[in-house]
Design a binder for this molecule. Sequence first.
Ligand SMILES: [Zn+2]
Ligand SMILES: [Zn+2]
Length: 212
Amino acid sequence: MKVDMHLHTSKSDGRDSLHNMVEAAESKGLDLIAITDHGPGHGSGITEQQALETKKEAERLQPNYRVKILAGIEAEILPTGEVLLESREGLDIVLASFHGAPSEEVYYRAVLRAVTDPKVDVLAHHAWISGRFAPIAQYDDDLVELMATHDVAIELNSKHALPSWDFLQKCKDRGVKYTIGSDAHKVADVGSVAWARNTARHIFKDEGLFMP
Ligand SMILES: [Zn+2]
Ligand SMILES: [Zn+2]
């Protein structure tokens, strides 16, 4: 099954329309995509209402396409660990991610809380912060444990080639599911998930793909 569960449109900071992103996915033979524009709190984020409008647009387009179109959001994790999303009602999938964490300490403290939020399905591009990320093994272990108990999946993010295989092996061993995402911001990058697919095969043996 060919999936790409992290796509941006021109509603947030992507370059292309929903329609064009869907066309690209269809022409590349994908089976399932998720539209996940940035949410409130991001510089070019959209509101929950706009995300629901994307969902409605996707439903209108769906009959004309073979590729299954999901619509959700990439919600912001604040330094406090709060996930900036009032409600996930009506959305197919909620990714959560922390953009621009100043340090590992701040990053981990935030995501350790964020993954316990019942609105969250997937932790996106784990371990991506400005500058160099140095994993802290104890926090990684705690994070995997929390993700397992709260049924939060880990994203295999092809754009950033994250998380590390060491971390993903811990996820696999604890039964955490995964998603595959290009984090595409334009049609040319839709379905560019070679790193993620390779990682899914090597670490997860292609078992445990998260499905909303
Ligand atoms: Zn992101
Ligand atoms: Zn993104």
